[in-house]
Ligand binder design. Structure first.
Ligand code: SAM
Length: 224
């Protein structure tokens, strides 16, 4: 994401009631923030928030939280939410690396990773959001029946992501190398900003859905 510094971004984000200023303080208590115990889904690296705003409007029965590292990027999403006031949507200006500080074990029902930064240099592999290090963090906050949905047009990043799955407690439930021509996986697909841009250029969109593997869970828990 090309980053243009927008001076008012920090102020807007810090004063928006939809943007959680101290997410660590809500760890284990997000149901109280939403005022109900409906499932909570995250989008990590939410960018300008188009995907999560659309999803939240479509599914009032689910709670959503968009996490984004940069104020200047998140600004647009927060401004839209200031207008729309979707009761089931919050934002965090924060780091994916800290999600286990923000959420307790089993607090999250699903995670979306959309067009995550590729970090092409090998030495930065552990920074990639579908890396085994991140899959371990996701495992820690996701319920046992939770899902991870990842899409990207970057085939190298996608191949890396697929190769990381065996080193985690997850297994691949579904996978496609051409989402927009896969009727089953594309049903109900919501386009992100990046998805629209790159598919318009003719790039194919890759997607997988992960679930926790019951046998691997037994192994990590030492259950026979
Ligand atoms: N998901 C959006 C989309 O599909 O249009 C934006 C994709 S953009 C390539 C990736 C976004 O993830 C950027 O806005 C970046 O700032 C954010 N991001 C990257 N690493 C992050 C991290 N560790 N924690 C939080 N956000 C991150």
């Amino acid at each position: 994401m090309r980053l243009r510094n927008i001076p008012r971004a920090r102020e807007v984000i810090e004063s928006s009631k939809w943007c959680i200023q101290n997410p660590e303080g809500l760890k284990g208590h997000w149901a109280e923030e939403f005022g109900n115990d409906r499932p909570i889904f995250l989008e990590i690296g939410t960018g300008k928030g188009r995907f999560i705003l659309e999803l939240s409007a479509l599914h009032p029965e689910i709670n959503y939280i968009g996490i984004e590292k940069f104020s200047s990027v998140l600004l647009r999403g927060v401004e839209r939410q200031d207008e729309q006031e979707l009761p089931n949507l919050r934002f965090i200006r924060g780091e994916a690396e800290l999600i286990t500080e923000y959420f307790a074990q089993d607090e999250i029902s699903g995670i979306y990773l959309n067009f995550s930064d590729p970090w092409p240099k090998k030495r930065n592999a552990k920074r990639r959001l579908p890396s085994r290090q991140f899959l371990y963090r996701y495992h820690q906050i996701l319920k046992d029946d939770g899902t991870i949905e990842f899409k990207t047009d970057n085939r190298d990043l996608f191949d890396f992501a697929v190769d990381e799955v065996p080193a985690s407690v997850f297994r691949i439930l579904a996978l496609t190398y051409d989402l927009h021509h896969d009727p089953e996986m594309n049903a109900g697909n919501i386009m992100t900003e990046y998805e629209e841009k790159f598919s318009a250029k003719g790039n194919l969109i890759n997607k997988y859905i992960l679930v926790k593997d019951a046998d691997k869970l037994k192994q990590v828990r030492g259950v026979k």
